[in-house]
Design a protein. Structure first.
Length: 348
């Protein structure tokens, strides 16, 4: 089997890039690293700049450069493609369109449709049972969110963009908070101020263009204070997990925002919930996901390059990349490419 891993930087591999490459290589698979922002077409046949990884080289580590034969590699010459990073905003629409077209002929670990429509906070209400998600309002109308906040004077809230990651612009809103109005205005595009300058109207139309932005107003979950857990689910099976402890001066536990990975156990209820979600996502072509959990609540689904394998190894000392590779290979040999090999140890 030839696996193409689409990533952003060939000279600085991410945590998942390195771990997944190592796991698949140990099963005898051929691995190519390709640049997601370099997707192109030759008479509507899609290719990218990439590196064919040396067969007997040393294992990769996060931050390594991809070593091997650099050149152009066609997507339809690979049996499996794994998108492990998001394209740049300025070209995202074109990249997603070409990848979707490529996916009509080549298997993707995570479907393009799933990455586009389920890797967002909008999707929580669809994927999760009601009892496992926090009550939320979503709007680009500041006045609606402000009204909802005022209607629950004793409630703590969290406000954030629906399509941001790594803890960006996540605010904890206390009851009667002096900055809440400002924060909600900011998250929805400051259309109140834009009205004054642009005569833009309620939603920010005017000479400067449309300014309104969506925001999520979500009830704060007290269970978060006990710590969050990141659970990696591959083909519906929970394979790796770690806890995250937020720094003393921040309510966010994201590793990128100063949170610390810690070793934790999962009880049977947490495993059952994670695998239930994983199986539902598989019906939409999502076979690898990172689930943020403060049981019994799910806080977020991370589909595009969910970190967790490296941190789980760091905290537990156990490398789960082989288990991930085995599950993915077996799934696609069974469901998409039965002729590729004689089992997960015989990739061709």
């Amino acid at each position: 089997m030839r696996l193409l891993i689409l990533t952003k930087h060939l000279d600085c591999l991410g945590q998942n890039d390195a771990a997944i490459c190592n796991g698949f290589r140990r099963f005898g698979c051929e691995v190519i690293f390709g640049e997601i922002n370099a997707i192109a077409a030759d008479d509507y046949r899609y290719f990218t700049r990439g590196v064919l990884v040396q067969g007997n080289g040393e294992p990769y580590h996060p931050g390594s450069a991809a070593l091997g034969n650099r050149g152009a590699y066609f997507l339809d010459e690979c049996q499996l493609i794994w998108v492990l990073d998001m394209p740049q905003d300025s070209m995202a629409r074109d990249v997603w369109q070409m990848l979707w077209l490529a996916s009509q002929h080549t298997a993707f670990v995570n479907s393009i449709e799933g990455m586009m429509f389920l890797d967002t906070k909008h999707a929580l209400g669809y994927v999760l049972p009601k009892e496992n998600r926090a009550f939320s309002y979503i709007s680009n109308d500041f006045s609606l969110l402000w009204k909802r906040y005022q209607q629950s004077p004793d409630q703590w809230w969290v406000a954030k963009p629906p399509n941001a990651f790594c803890g960006q612009n996540v605010f904890l809103l206390p009851p009667n908070g002096p900055n809440v109005r400002t924060i909600l205005q900011c998250l929805t595009g400051n259309t109140v101020a834009q009205d004054e300058f642009d005569t833009a109207g309620q939603f920010g139309y005017g000479p400067a263009g449309f300014k309104a932005e969506y925001a999520v107003l979500q009830q704060f979950i007290p269970e978060v204070a006990q710590g969050e857990k990141r659970v990696i689910v591959a083909c519906g099976k929970a394979v790796a997990w770690h806890g995250r402890r937020n720094p003393p001066d921040d309510h966010r536990s994201n590793i990128t925002q100063g949170g610390k990975p810690i070793s934790v156990d999962l009880h049977s209820g947490e495993i059952e919930l994670a695998e239930l979600i994983g199986r539902k996502l598989m019906t939409h072509g999502i076979n690898f996901v990172g689930i943020d959990m403060a049981y019994p609540y799910i806080l977020e689904l991370n589909i595009a390059n969910p970190a967790g394998l490296y941190d789980a190894k760091f905290t537990s000392g156990i490398d789960h990349s082989d288990q991930v590779a085995e599950l993915i290979i077996a799934h696609f040999e069974k469901h998409c490419h039965p002729g590729l090999g004689r089992g997960p140890h015989h990739c061709q």
